[in-house]
Unconditional design. Structure first.
Length: 397
């Protein structure tokens, strides 16, 4: 178990610091007094199992205290929260405070009484907010979310692209009406997915921000198909959404969860593509083409975030390949797909199998795209089948 420390450098000489502070939310916190001349050595000599959560550094005048620069020169402590204690508290925040990622400038009087524990707790809250994010970037626009935002946002379809007044029911086959009803209900399965992403990525900002965009797009898939059905006199019951309101169990690993969704999106994209190509009714053809495009974009985005986790990380590569094998290997009882697998009491399980049964070759086409992604993740061009994934895992574990 790691030891959490907070250091006080050249500040609060009149305050008697205890060696250890007990905080209800954070437990036992070790407090260290450090003189400026030994700060660098102190930082170098901290053991690997020590978390330096916050440093309070004394300083006054217009220049940054030397201790702040010493702390920020050591990359291992970029998440350690820095506070300056001095008489300039409450005035204009100097430029160096932002340059050195200083949280705040505090007045010495603020540490009197319960002020010490309150200030330490504030630093710990800030620190723990950062350490939950393994892909933390110093600057927000360096996050993967920002890098994919433009191409994702600019390819979003507009409701004006769909005119339900042009619907021609005579061109819609009875079996297509069945598929349409099933896909409208199946799409409710994204509700628990959105819930789980935000639970599983708690404390993270980049993927969570994208998950909000993904959830908003997916919510439109049920809505647009339900509106189409309504024009035909077919009402979609709310119970199907309520069946899937409760999130299914969280995944064991983030790359595993992403891989499951890569497969889900790849298959959905292929099904919509085939449905669009097969129908004669122009409005639903347009809708299914747009949903195919959405699912393809989602698959691509999930892949970007998964590759970020797997880059140089063998453990995450193994987790990705394991999940791929689970979902790709056995189709003896139809597709194992989250939309139906986790909610067998709803229509989704039968709906997935029904769509699969008429879309000959669609699942194979989708899974071939997934296998291409697995080749990139594993750095192995020989992966052509689930059996190859299994053999690759044997060589890695």
């Amino acid at each position: 178990m790691s030891t959490v420390r907070v250091a006080f450098v050249n500040c609060l000489p009149e305050v008697k610091l205890p060696e250890r502070l007990s905080l209800s939310r954070f437990g036992e916190i070790d407090l260290d007094r450090v003189t400026p001349d030994v700060l660098a050595r102190y930082l170098h000599e901290l053991e690997d199992d020590v978390e330096l959560a916050a440093v309070f550094i004394g300083g006054e005048g217009s220049a940054a205290p030397d201790g702040v620069a010493t702390l920020r020169d050591m990359r291992d402590f970029n998440k350690t929260r820095a506070y300056v204690v001095g008489p300039t508290a409450g005035g204009r925040v100097p430029d160096w405070a932002e340059a050195y990622d200083v949280e705040d400038i505090l007045a010495p009087s603020g540490f009197e009484g319960f002020g010490l524990s309150d200030s330490v707790a504030l630093g710990l809250r800030a620190y723990h907010s950062l350490i939950q994010d393994p892909l933390y970037t110093d600057f927000y626009l360096d996050s993967t979310y920002n890098k994919i935002f433009d191409w994702f946002e600019t390819t979003r379809w507009d409701w004006n692209e769909i005119n339900l007044d042009q619907l021609n029911p005579e061109l819609l086959r009875e079996d297509e009406l069945d598929y349409l009803t099933e896909t409208a209900i199946i799409e409710f399965g994204t509700l628990p997915g959105a819930h789980n992403f935000l639970r599983e990525w708690e404390g993270e900002t980049s993927f969570s921000s994208w998950a909000l965009m993904w959830g908003a797009e997916e919510a439109r898939h049920s809505l647009v198909q339900a509106r189409y059905l309504d024009r035909l006199g077919v009402k979609v019951r709310s119970k199907h959404a309520l069946y899937k309101r409760e999130p299914y169990p969280m995944g064991d690993t983030r790359p595993g969860t992403l891989t499951m969704n890569i497969i889900s999106e790849a298959r959905a994209a292929e099904y919509y593509k085939r449905l669009a190509a097969d129908t004669e009714e122009p409005v639903i053809k347009r809708i299914w083409k747009l949903l195919h495009r959405d699912e393809s974009r989602h698959c691509r985005a999930f892949t970007v975030f998964n590759e970020e986790l797997c880059d140089g990380n063998k453990e995450n590569q193994i987790a990705t390949l394991k999940m791929a094998y689970v979902w790709l290997a056995d189709r003896s009882d139809g597709i194992k797909h989250p939309a139906g697998h986790f909610y067998p009491h709803s229509t989704s399980a039968n709906g997935i199998r029904q769509v699969e049964s008429v879309m000959e070759g669609a699942t194979d086409a989708a899974d071939n795209k997934v296998l291409a992604i697995m080749r990139r993740v594993a750095g192995d061009d020989s992966i052509e089948s689930p059996r190859d994934i299994k053999n690759k895992l044997r060589s890695m574990i």
